[in-house]
Write a protein of this length. Sequence first.
Length: 95
Amino acid sequence: MTIRADVLEAASPFLEEVVRRARPARFLGEEVLLASCEDLVLMKLGAGRAIDRADAVELLRANALSLDAAYLKAQSSALGLSAELAACEQEARTP
């Protein structure tokens, strides 16, 4: 089994918030912190790669009913990602 994971240093106010909002989970017998879906979407959009954008769309689509829309809107604005988020949200609503 191959598992790929991204490990980030909380080197910005946004990433510090990501860590603060992260929730503990058991993974392979170890407790780890997992970023919220909203923060994952924002990090994917911030990466700027096509594969990350596609991932963001799928996360938005799969979690549409449970996302904190106000948090996404506020953070995307603070990060300069409002247009990207809006485009991905539109795409996520398209079957």
